[in-house]
Design a protein around this ligand. Structure first.
Ligand code: NAD
Length: 424
């Protein structure tokens, strides 16, 4: 276990699990938790690696590697998305699963943490290949998943259609329709109204609360990295709150207009052209240039390790609201703190998605579905209350909001472990 006082070495800086552990060590140190309990909190509950054979459209057969990690089931079933990407690796899935544990506890929904991933390039696969990949992956996980055991959801490059295939495959094996096995399903097939915008809405609410908290007046100039479910929809909602989105990117590059971008038009353009580059009235930038733009708020909403020891000094934003999981390294945390940048951490800022996933799971089990207005109001209340809990914990322990969020999440999980005891 790394020394809590020591930043992870540069080599480890891009390992998300090491980064998670570094923050966990800081929080457990401040909470003076028992060493054995710290070991339990640091160790994933269960990990499964599966080989997924798939018949490809050209008649060949390929074997993909998939993972499912359940970091904790202390507070309830494991909960967390499934990611399809060429660079998925086990330490990344482990970190994402642990972040889900702390995140669910921060917003106080009765779930543990899990995450899954398949090493594949979905952009090079047909819908039929993706369906066969998803169904076989689901079948391979049958022994460890279930509405009371582990409830997946979408993440990068997975969507409501993939969740529908996942639900159908599980249901075929159970011989009954089990909508509560996954969240993020299409509305009309057990999905919740408001789930698609939930993470972006949670990011917009976090930005609103953080601007209030830091007494920022007037419309903010906002830069967003990533223009998918979280970044694209989050940027649109932030603009609807009266702020100016002056830059946004996708994996191919960024667009910038210091006078503000019209987000609905940007999203339309992206849908038609498949990339942001060339959006009328904007200049093209690289993703690195985007992160270092002069702005008030930066929302990294793409992927891990974007703000690190090599670029943190050049970040000009005064407020960072983390839409992505793990976009900032532990070394960058220290640099940003010294610069006086307020960081609303991922396990708080992007918790809107899992909160509405919880609402979806509840609605599936009740068989009674809520209006979008009710979903959004309930989400707002939970996000505001979680923001307050984190700010209070940070204040009490004289630390930043990242460690404040770990303190809230870890303490709630530790509480459950202590009450449950160890079954022997
Ligand atoms: P998405 O696939 O919908 O969008 C990802 C966006 O990031 C796309 O615009 C893509 O082009 C861009 N991108 C990908 N790699 C990039 C790179 N290396 N550099 C710059 N841009 C890049 O994914 P999403 O669901 O919006 O998820 C984004 C992040 O938010 C991930 O870290 C995910 O784990 C996290 N997250 C998602 C949800 C959710 O509900 N979707 C919830 C919580 C956290």
């Amino acid at each position: 276990m790394p020394d809590a006082a020591q930043a992870p070495s540069a080599r480890a800086e891009f390992n998300p699990f090491v980064q998670m552990q570094h923050r966990l060590d800081k929080a457990t140190g401040l909470l003076h938790l028992d060493e054995g309990l710290v070991e339990i909190l640091s160790t994933p509950h269960q990990e499964l690696t599966v080989a997924i054979p798939v018949s490809m459209d050209d008649g060949s057969m390929r074997v993909f590697t998939g993972y499912r990690v359940q970091h904790s089931v202390a507070r309830g079933p494991a909960k967390g998305g499934i990611r399809y990407a060429p660079d998925v690796h086990l330490d990344e899935v482990r970190a994402l699963a642990a972040w889900m544990t702390w995140k669910c506890a921060v917003v106080n929904v009765p779930f543990g943490g899990g995450k899954g991933g398949i090493i594949c390039d979905p952009r090079r696969m047909s819908p039929g290949e993706l369906e066969r990949l998803t169904r076989r992956y689901t079948a391979n996980l049958l022994d460890i998943i279930g509405p009371e055991r582990d409830v997946p959801a979408p993440d990068m490059n997975t969507n409501d259609q993939i969740m529908a295939w996942f639900m159908d495959t599980y249901s075929m094996h159970q011989r009954s329709t089990q909508t509560a096995i996954v969240t993020g399903k299409p509305v009309g097939l057990g999905g919740s109204k408001g789930r698609t915008i939930a993470t972006g809405l949670g990011v917009a609410i976090s930005a609103r609360e953080a601007l209030r908290y830091s007494n920022f007046e007037g419309p903010a100039r906002v830069v967003v990295q990533g223009c998918g479910n979280v970044g694209g929809l989050g940027a649109k909602l932030i603009q609807e709150d009266g702020h100016q989105v002056i830059g946004i990117s996708d994996m191919y590059g960024a667009i910038h207009n210091p006078k503000g971008l019209d987000m609905p038009a940007v999203l339309d353009y992206l849908k038609k052209n498949g990339r942001l580059e060339g959006f009328p009235g904007s200049e093209n930038l690289t993703n690195n240039e985007l992160l270092e733009l002069d702005c008030d708020v930066l929302v990294p909403a793409a992927t891990e390790n974007q703000i690190h020891s090599q670029n943190a000094e050049r970040i000009q934003a005064k407020l960072i609201v983390e839409g992505a999981n793990g976009p900032t390294s532990a070394a960058a945390d220290d640099i940003l703190q010294d610069k006086g940048v307020l960081v609303v951490p991922d396990i708080l800022a992007n918790a809107g998605g899992v909160t509405v996933s919880y609402f979806e799971w509840v609605q599936d089990r009740m068989g009674y579905f809520w209006e979008e207005k009710d979903v959004c109001e309930r989400l707002d209340r939970i996000m505001v209350s979680a923001f307050r809990d984190v700010a209070e914990a940070a204040d009490k322990h004289q630390t930043n909001m990242r460690i404040g969020a770990y303190l809230v999440g870890v303490e709630r999980v530790a509480y459950c472990h202590n009450l449950r005891g160890i079954y022997a």
